[in-house]
Design a protein around this ligand. Structure first.
Ligand code: NI
Ligand code: MN
Length: 224
C-alpha cells in the first residue's frame, strides 16, 4: 500500500483495489494537494466533526459512492445530508474488504459545522496488509496511548504536533514512545499561523529515541 499526505490531518491510503480517505479536509485547506478524480475512493474515515477533519467528506462520499465511517452522532449528521454513513463507537473494530479499523479515544472536543454535538472525538487504529497504522485525530497526550502501544504497537503513527488545539512537539515525542511507534509522520501543523511547528526539532527529538520520523509535504507519499 501507499500512504499519501494530503495536508493538515488528511491522508489517503491506497491498497491494490481500495482507496481510503481519512479526515478529508481539502477544498478549504490552504495546503491541500489532492485530485479526487485521479484517485479511487472507496471509504472515508472521520475522527471528529470539526470542519478541518470532516472537511469534504459528505460531498466526496456522494460523488464516489463511498461510505463514511465515524462515531454514531457524526455519522447521523452525514446521513441526514445524503451521505452513506456507518455509525460506530469507541472500541468498535470494523471489518472492511481492505482490512480493519478500530476507533479509540482522543482527548479533544467535537461539534459538527453547524455547532451541534458530534459525539466523542476519536483516534483510529487501522490494520491493512498486516501493517498497523494509528491516526491520533486531534488530541492531547493521554494514557490511552500506552494501551495502544501495548496492544497494537503501530508500524506507523500519524501524530498532531501543532499545539494550541492538540499535542505539541514535546508531547507528541512522548506519545510516540508510549505508542511504541516504529515510524511517525507529523500532522496538524503549519496549515495556519497558530499551529506553526518545527518538524526538524521533532525529528531530532525522536531520532534520539530510535524512532523514524518521516516529514511529508502535501501530495508526498510513502510505501508501507
Ligand atoms: Ni478538532
Ligand atoms: Mn483539528
Amino acid at each position: 500500500m501507499f500512504i499519501k499526505y494530503i495536508g493538515h490531518s488528511a491522508f489517503y491510503i491506497k491498497t491494490d483495489k481500495y482507496g481510503i480517505l481519512i479526515d478529508p479536509f481539502i477544498t478549504q485547506n490552504p495546503v491541500a494537494n489532492f485530485n479526487e478524480n485521479e484517485n479511487t475512493i472507496t471509504d472515508i474515515l472521520v475522527t471528529h466533526g470539526h470542519a478541518d477533519h470532516l472537511g469534504d467528506a459528505i460531498p466526496i462520499s456522494k460523488r464516489n459512492n463511498a461510505q463514511i465511517t465515524a462515531v454514531f452522532e457524526l455519522a447521523n449528521y452525514c446521513a441526514e445530508r445524503g451521505a452513506q454513513a456507518n455509525g460506530i463507537n469507541m472500541g468498535g473494530k470494523i471489518q472492511f474488504p481492505w482490512g480493519t479499523a478500530r476507533f479509540l479515544p482522543a482527548f479533544h472536543s467535537s461539534t459538527t459545522p453547524n455547532g451541534t454535538y458530534a459525539g466523542m472525538p476519536t483516534s483510529i487504529i487501522l490494520e491493512i496488509e498486516g501493517k498497523k497504522i494509528y491516526h491520533a485525530g486531534d488530541t492531547c497526550l493521554n494514557q490511552e496511548m500506552k494501551t495502544v502501544g501495548e496492544l497494537y504497537t503501530p508500524d506507523l503513527a500519524l501524530l498532531p504536533i501543532g499545539s494550541k488545539f492538540t499535542m505539541d512537539i514535546e508531547e507528541a515525542s512522548i506519545s510516540a514512545q508510549w505508542l511504541k511507534a516504529k515510524k511517525v509522520i507529523p500532522m496538524h501543523y503549519n496549515t495556519f499561523e497558530p499551529i506553526k511547528a518545527d518538524t526538524q526539532d521533532f525529528k531530532t527529538k525522536l531520532e534520539k529515541q530510535n524512532i523514524e520520523v518521516i516529514i511529508l509535504k502535501p501530495s508526498e507519499s510513502i510505501e508501507l
